[in-house]
Design a protein around this ligand. Structure first.
Ligand SMILES: [Cu+2]
Length: 398
């Protein structure tokens, strides 16, 4: 990714830059960390760059904030709140200029939802804030889990403050207004007819039981073979009540759409299919469980390249990958440093307890002529297992 602080490429874009690793922890009375998965319900203390409820003195100028959600389980809906007498509206608009897949066309926003491991690259303009104004980064309607349930887990409303107390240095803010920034736009990936679809079902037999993709444990060898250079649509079927931040290694992708499903019906029939020995012809056909039309991606997801996305509850979330191509050329003149095919990568949920237990699977890029499972593609109801179909002995994951 090109640094936008390079004036030869992006004149006027050398904003003051702050990298924010934003998470949340929970502390015992003696200051030690509580493990929220077993000891307490959810984190209750916002932490930015290692400090709880911090503040930062800023100048009345534009800042570039590069935000990583480093929480283990908390989704945030972030916005910048200002005192009532400062603006006609209670929140300060900002510009989104990049996501985890790189830079994008600037988009003015008021708030955004960020899941663990997602990154958002923003320009926030404090130049119209009177000296002494406190701008508070707040979490709006986002409980511990997403979407969560009202009253479940501690609520965090305020995260940190930007205090406009420093004098403007250098005489003036000479940076480009973000609206006029010419950044590389993410070209929408075109969905061509016949693009291979692959289903990833987040499967959990019962609450607190093992979580897997397609009821196959992580340690089982790869069953998914993708022809090098090909495009695919991956359909993440989530029949449960919480969202998962899914991360795919190696490739960037775009969020294509989301579509609501009959979650209980799908889960029941999926279990029946597992119990019946996973016969390919009996696998539940996703199209039969759709309960509404496709929903376009959120504004921050549209026209953005991504490597992490929200797999929403009771929903199929579709992502599209333009080209599965590992770096096969020699890297940094080191002989043999390029990737050799077949090459196996992983994708996983970014909530640590989910990925370790066992919501993570390998997938493999194969060369032309190598074994590939794309031969009976172009349908939604293919078996993930095809000729390798066998019951892995742990079909229930409980
Ligand atoms: Cu998860």
């Amino acid at each position: 990714m090109t640094a936008i602080s390079d004036p030869s490429v992006y004149p006027g874009a050398d904003y003051y830059e702050i990298t924010m690793r934003q998470g949340s922890w929970r502390f015992h009375r003696d200051g030690s960390l509580a493990y929220t998965m077993t000891q307490r319900e959810g984190e209750d203390t916002p932490v930015v760059n290692g400090k709880a409820y911090p503040f930062l003195a800023v100048e009345p100028r534009r800042y570039r904030l590069r935000i990583l959600n480093a929480s283990n389980e908390r989704f945030w809906r972030l916005r910048f709140e200002v005192p009532r007498d400062v603006l006609p509206q209670p929140t300060l608009p900002f510009w989104l200029i990049g996501t985890d897949g790189g830079l994008r066309t600037p988009l003015q926003m008021l708030n955004f939802l960020i899941s663990p491991a997602e990154r958002y690259d923003l320009i926030v303009d404090f130049s119209q804030m009177p000296m002494g104004t406190n701008v508070t980064l707040t979490n709006y309607h986002a409980p511990v889990h997403h979407p969560g349930m009202p009253g479940m887990g501690p609520v965090i409303l305020e995260i940190m403050q930007f205090q406009v107390t420093k004098r403007l240095s250098g005489g003036a803010d000479k940076t480009t207004p973000p609206k006029k920034l010419q950044l590389p736009a993410a070209t929408p990936i075109e969905l061509k007819p016949g693009t291979r679809r692959r289903e990833w079902v987040t499967y959990q037999h019962e609450l607190f039981g093992t979580m897997t993709f397609n009821a196959v444990p992580f340690m089982e060898p790869s069953q998914d073979f993708i022809k090098v250079g090909s495009a695919e649509v991956w359909e993440y079927i989530n029949p449960h009540h919480d969202a998962h931040p899914m991360h795919v290694h190696l490739v960037n992708f775009q969020v294509l759409n989301r579509q609501p499903i009959d979650a209980a019906g799908y889960q029941a029939d999926y279990e029946k299919w597992l119990d019946g020995g996973r016969k390919p012809e009996n696998r539940p056909v996703l199209a039969n469980y759709l309960t509404g039309p496709p929903i376009p991606p959120d504004p921050d997801e549209a026209q953005s390249d991504k490597d992490t996305f929200k797999s929403c509850p009771e929903t199929v979330t579709r992502i599209i990958v333009q080209e599965f191509s590992p770096p096969t050329d020699t890297i940094a003149s080191i002989p043999g440093s390029g990737t050799q095919l077949p090459a196996t990568y992983v994708h996983h949920c970014h909530i640590l307890e989910h990925e370790d237990n066992d919501l993570m699977r390998p997938w493999t890029i194969v060369g032309h002529g190598d074994h590939a499972d794309g031969d009976h593609s172009h349908s939604q109801n293919h078996s993930q297992n095809h000729s390798q179909s066998r019951n892995h002995g742990r079909s229930h994951g409980h």
